[in-house]
Design a protein around this ligand. Sequence first.
Ligand code: UDP
Ligand code: MG
Length: 317
Amino acid sequence: MPEISVIIPIYNEEKNILLLYKRVSDVLQNLNVEYELVFVNDGSKDKSINIICSLAKSDLSVKYIDFSRNFGHQIAVTAGLDKCTGNFIVIIDADLQDPPELIIDLYAKAKQGFEVVYAKRKTRKGENVLKKLTAYVFYRLLAKITSCEIPVDTGDFRIMSRKVLDVLKNMPEQQKYLRGQIAWIGFNQTFVEYDRNERHSGKTGYTYRKMLKFAFDGITSFSNFPLKVASIAGFIVSGIAFIIMLYTLYSRFVSKDFVPGWTSLMLSVMFIGGIQLICMGIIGEYISRIANNVRNRPLYIINETNLNTIEVESPKV
Ligand code: UDP
Ligand code: MG
């Protein structure tokens, strides 16, 4: 059993894999421990899988899982977590934004007895203002509305013990928000700080669409606050509607000064209609996630792997 498994999700990273492989291998060899590198190819459209396969031929510590299509970053990491065998598990991005040399510090802290050591971004380079701003606001908003403490400015770059992984593997939800789930699990967790680098080569695989889905998954998995907002908004609107109702009755029967109120009618219908649609949308977001979990589909389909299991992994419910 290797001491350290490193999980590396890959989506169109052909220009980064070799350098990453070299830097990670150097670090782990210097640590002088048994290790395995688990590359998960998440339906890359470039030559990534060929590069990984040729690495696997020359280096026995290279394991790979090749997905049948793109399932997304969190699912790719989940597949790696399911199949890895190490005592300690590191999750790292393939684009060298997370410096592999930090694994030394992560491992040192883990050895001191921390079950999870996550890497916290002091600064982040090479990302546009919009991404930084949305990330900044999102993580703080999420921290406000959840009851479990999810650390801010932290990605999935971290080390965890087998003990935490065993718990994590028993959390069968389909919407993976791993950094939240791991925080939720608890035990003794700590962090080390680092400066996040620019992407070595290529461009980000996280489109705004994927980011939005990820954000919704984070919120709906860890908070019912949006549902509460929907009901609070409902109460407020009903309150206002009640006052307007009194006023219309008053003008109809007491002051008798009523005019065909097209404007106010339109405004209130639109307003209430808008609020209703928002509330239904919020409820819909939760229901679609419940539906996904009820369908209980496998999280991912493996095309090919050099790990000993080829069966399709389905979540235990
Ligand atoms: N990634 C993946 N599937 C995807 C998108 C990204 O496996 O659908 C991988 C990608 O190869 C990288 C990591 O997830 O190793 C982080 O993605 P990226 O660097 O594109 O995101 P960013 O750092 O811009 O948030
Ligand atoms: Mg990146």
